[in-house]
Each structure stands twice: as structure tokens, then as C-alpha cells.
Design a protein around this ligand. Structure first.
Ligand code: UDX
Length: 439
């Protein structure tokens, strides 16, 4: 099949590349000319394991191309995916759909016959209908179908998630569209991947419901962690004890500094806004949003406490800045709340991240950027582990102790074992777990 993918951000680039790996002929489009030039040179603008090789292989095979000419790409395709950004609109939390509608308008203008227009971007329920109306209004003489095909890709394992998904969700409202969607994902049926055919509205809501549910799971265990700390219980044991119940499941029960990233915060806010707008408020999700935001802001207080009550003229070494490991993505990362709060509390901050520092330099001021983990901890009064990169799991703890002024560690990802850290002479705090010997 011939596919045009409009938008070469994270979702568009991964999806377009994977569709070409399926054997389809894919052209990825972006209006950022410099991005297209980089892609044509084989440079991948994002950090995603395996993507560079997969792009190169499919470009060589002649199945994957890049262009800034949207009209040309649309003329050469039967299925057009919209994968442009849907950022949170300032103020009201609604998703900003202006990029989506602009792309749809251009697709309509370029089409020279039937096209299936599929939204891959996460769009609020009801958007499919608006896309259909815009297509009909722009080109009444052409027949269009509309579909919703949400993605469930995790950054860092996006290719695996695309190639071996738990399910594919396809929202359509015609047989022709349903058949085209089935054909697109045919290679997955060999692996018996379930395809959930629904209406467009249901598909749009499934994406938000999935993310809101996962965000709720994380927030639940984070609040349980707070309670554990008060009563001397261990949140790991709670997560295991409840997670082994098949109805609950063990995943997404890892307590930490609060969820971040490009999806959960934005999608939960957008879902809350939609639900309010339709008069069916999701009060549980509203609570998840506010609990998580407050949690991220509160994390710096743990560092202040670990430093003995004040950070004035103290140095904090920060390990990890991105919202999770194996990505260079800083969007809504807990570090963006924690570091400014540390600076406001009077600390000097030295920070290191394996992939996120270019972006972090743009977003944070007043920070000393370190060359590696040990450099970040040089002379530090307190170490704070914010993102669980593998290299921070395997620190040489004797060396850490030697470079730090005082061996105090706040581990916001529960990477280390409390008893071992105490045994090695650290003053150690983590999330929701008792530390032996601590008051
Ligand atoms: C997420 C969804 O998983 C994906 O299906 C959706 O399409 C996009 O959003 P992603 O943002 O890449 O993917 O990251 P994910 O690995 O899901 O983690 C999200 C955030 O939750 C991170 O900040 C992570 O640290 C946090 N998290 C996750 C926890 O704090 N505890 C957990 O148990 C799991």
C-alpha cells in the first residue's frame, strides 16, 4: 500500500518507518525543511533505539522517503496519516488542534481522488467528525473516509511496541476504511495481534482511557508510597502483593517522583477538559492530575530534608534529567520542577544526563553541567537520582563516596537497596521504603 505520513515527530517517524518495514511504500512529510534535509542525509532527529538502522534499511530498499512537499506525498498515497503535534493549549488544558486541522485542509486541497485520512495524533473525542466535515467542506466533490488509529508507543521501545503491539485499535465508519486499516496491519495478524475495530469516537476515547488508567495506576502507588513512609511499610512489597493479583497486574506500579513525558500529563489534562465540556466530569482523573503535579513540586523538599533542613550554600549533584531513561525527551520531566526548587532553596546544582543535556540547557538556567555522573557528584553535599538510567544503577559507590563531600543520597527511583547503601556508609532515602537505622 502507498502511505503518506504527515508529521515526522516522534510518532510519525516511528510509525512511518515501521509501516515501510511492513512492506508498504511510505513517504514521510514535514513542513520543517531542515528536518527533512537531515532525514534525507540519514540523520535521525530523535533518540530512539534501533530507529536509525530501520530508517536506513527501508530507505535503501526504496520503501521509505522524506519530503516537505505535502501535496506530492498525498497525490501518491491511498492512505494519509496525520501525525502532527497536539500540544496542550495554554490555560485550559484542551489539546491544540490547529496543526491537525491545517494538515487536514492541505490534504484535502492536494487530493485528486478518494483518500482514507487517519488520525494517529492523539486527538480529543469528536475530532474525527470535525476532520470529516473539514474534508467535505474543502473538497465536496471528492470522497473521503476518516479513521482513528491511536498509537501506544513508549519512548525507548517504540519500534518493538509498533512491531509487537498488545493490540491495534482502528476506528472507522465504512467497510472500505475498515478493509484498508486491516490491510495496513496485515503483517501483524501472523502473530495473531488482536485488532479492535470500533467507531471513530470509541477509538479516540480508548487512547485517552488507556493513558488515564496507567497514570492512575502510577499515582495510586505513589500515594501508597507516601503512606508507607508514615507507617514503616515497603511500597515494593505492596506493589508485588497486589500486582500478582491477575486483575491488577504488576506493571506500572513503580513508585517514583511522579509521571512526566509527552503523553500522560498532556493526555490526562485533555481528557479532564473534554469530560468537563461534555458534562460527564472524570473526577478521579482530575485528582490524578493534581496529585501528580503536587508530587513533582514536593520532591525537592526531600532533598532539603536529607541535607538537614537547609540547602543554603550546599551543592546538590543531580543524576538524570529526562522524564525516563533511554530518551532525550525532557517534556514535563520531574527534573524541571525539582531543579528550580533546589536553586530557589539556595543550592548550587551540578547535573548530568546521558542524552538530555542539550535540551536541559535550553530549559534550565543556573545549573552547572557535568561531564558524567561522578563529575556531577564532585564536592556534593547531597546526590539526587531523578532518572533511572542503567549507568546510574551501576555506579561505583566507593568512588561516589570519595568524590562527594558528604555521602547523602536521595534515590527518587528506588534503584538501590536501602540496607546496602546504609552498609556502605550512606545516608540514604528512597520512595516508600524504610531505611534501616533511620529515625
Ligand atoms: C506513555 C504510554 O506508555 C504510551 O502507551 C503512550 O502512547 C504514550 O505515553 P511514554 O510517555 O513513552 O509512554 O512513557 P512510559 O514508559 O509509559 O512512562 C511514562 C511516565 O510514567 C514516566 O515519567 C515514568 O517514569 C513514569 N512511570 C511509569 C512511573 O513513575 N512508574 C511506573 O510504574 C511506570
Amino acid at each position: 500500500m502507498r502511505v503518506a505520513m504527515i508529521g515526522t515527530g516522534y510518532v510519525g517517524l516511528v510509525s512511518g518507518t515501521c509501516f515501510s518495514e511492513f512492506g508498504h511504500s511510505v513517504v514521510c512529510v514535514d513542513n520543517d525543511q531542515s528536518k527533512i534535509e537531515r532525514l534525507l542525509r540519514g540523520e535521525i532527529p530523535i533518540y530512539e533505539p534501533g530507529l536509525e538502522d530501520l530508517v536506513a534499511r527501508n530507505v535503501r530498499a526504496g520503501r521509505l522517503g522524506f519530503t516537505s512537499d505535502l501535496a506530492e506525498a498525498v497525490r501518491g498515497a491511498e492512505v494519509v496519516f496525520i501525525a502532527v503535534g497536539t500540544p496542550s493549549r495554554r490555560g485550559d488544558g484542551h489539546a491544540d488542534l490547529s496543526y491537525v486541522f491545517e494538515a487536514v485542509r492541505q490534504v484535502a486541497l492536494a487530493a485528486d481522488g478518494y483518500r482514507l485520512v487517519v488520525t494517529k495524533s492523539t486527538v480529543p473525542v469528536g475530532t474525527g467528525g470535525r476532520v470529516r466535515a473539514l474534508l467535505a467542506e474543502t473538497r465536496p466533490e471528492i470522497e473521503f473516509d476518516v479513521a482513528s488509529n491511536p498509537e501506544f508507543l513508549r519512548e525507548g521501545s517504540a519500534i518493538e511496541d509498533f512491531m509487537r503491539p498488545d493490540r491495534v485499535v482502528a476506528g472507522t465508519d465504512s467497510d472500505r476504511a475498515r478493509d484498508l486499516m486491516t490491510e495496513l496491519y496485515r503483517p501483524l495478524f501472523l502473530m495473531e495481534t488482536p485488532i479492535v475495530h470500533t467507531t471513530i469516537e470509541s477509538a479516540e476515547l480508548i487512547k485517552y482511557a488507556a493513558n488515564a488508567f496507567l497514570a492512575t495506576k502510577i499515582t495510586f502507588i505513589n500515594e501508597m508510597a507516601d503512606l508507607c513512609e508514615k507507617v514503616g511499610a515497603n511500597v515494593h512489597d505492596i506493589a508485588r502483593g497486589i500486582g500478582l493479583d491477575g486483575r491488577i497486574g504488576r506493571k506500572f506500579l513503580h513508585a517514583g517522583p511522579g509521571f512526566g513525558g509527552s503523553c500522560f500529563p498532556k493526555d490526562t489534562r485533555a481528557l479532564v477538559s473534554s469530560a468537563q465540556q461534555y458534562g460527564a466530569p472524570l473526577t478521579l482523573v482530575e485528582q490524578v492530575v493534581s496529585s501528580n503535579e503536587a508530587r513533582k513540586r514536593r520532591m525537592a523538599e526531600r532533598v532539603v530534608a536529607a541535607a538537614g533542613g537547609s540547602l543554603r550554600d550546599k551543592t546538590v549533584g543531580v543524576l538524570g534529567l529526562t522524564f525516563k531513561p533511554n530518551t532525550d525527551d525532557m517534556r514535563e520531566a520531574p527534573s524541571l520542577d525539582i531543579i528550580p526548587a533546589l536553586l530557589r532553596a539556595g543550592a548550587r546544582v551540578r547535573a548530568y544526563d546521558p542524552e538530555g543535556m542539550t535540551e536541559a540547557r535550553r530549559l534550565l538556567t543556573g545549573v552547572t553541567w557535568a561531564a558524567d555522573a561522578y563529575d556531577a557528584l564532585e564536592g556534593a553535599d547531597v546526590a539526587v537520582l531523578i532518572t533511572e538510567w542503567n549507568q546510574f544503577r551501576a555506579l561505583d559507590l566507593d568512588r561516589v563516596k570519595a568524590v562527594m563531600k558528604t555521602p547523602v543520597m536521595v534515590d527518587l527511583r528506588n534503584v538501590y537497596a536501602p540496607s546496602e547503601m546504609v552498609g556502605r556508609g550512606f545516608t540514604y532515602t528512597s520512595i516508600g521504603r524504610p531505611t534501616p537505622g533511620a529515625a
